[in-house]
Design a protein around this ligand. Sequence first.
Ligand SMILES: [Zn+2]
Length: 191
Amino acid sequence: MDEASHFGLRVAAHAHAADGIKNAIRAGVASVEHATLIDDEGIALAKQHGTYLVMDIYDDECIQEQGKNGTMPADFLEHDRELGEVQRQNFRKALKAGVKLAFGTDAGVCAYGTSARQFAFMVRYGMTPMQAIQAATSAAADLIGRSNEFGSIKPGKYADVIAVSGDPLKDVRLLENVQFVMKDGLVYKQE
Ligand SMILES: [Zn+2]
């Protein structure tokens, strides 16, 4: 943290256990990824420090699915399923406590291109569709300190826009099927 601060950089810590999470928050990280076993004290600390939690609550679906091919021991899979459920309940707790939450998936656990499936899980565990969308846009931009450039659609920001058919506030799973992609004003996908 000290070295990063000399360069004006932010630090993200990947942490699962309660003590590691609290050590990271106290040291001043910008975000804790996973935050699987965060306890009440950790939630209070995150709130107090304004630390983002980036909880990959969809990933366990992919681990369990990959486990069906028999390459992972059954006791590992069972343990992982329990941890996954604890993480989801802790996501709900952190949300209720008003902790800042940003969308993140520990990319690579699930197949690339499937990240949007997490939106439905964030809604299932307590967010409104709008909160889930903001976690992936304005909150994510705030976390990395780039709110002036992206995270919302305003004059002067990068014209990074996606569109889907229908209203994702009514059915957040519509975001799993993106029909239009514009990046920095250029259209990359239009169906
Ligand atoms: Zn990780």
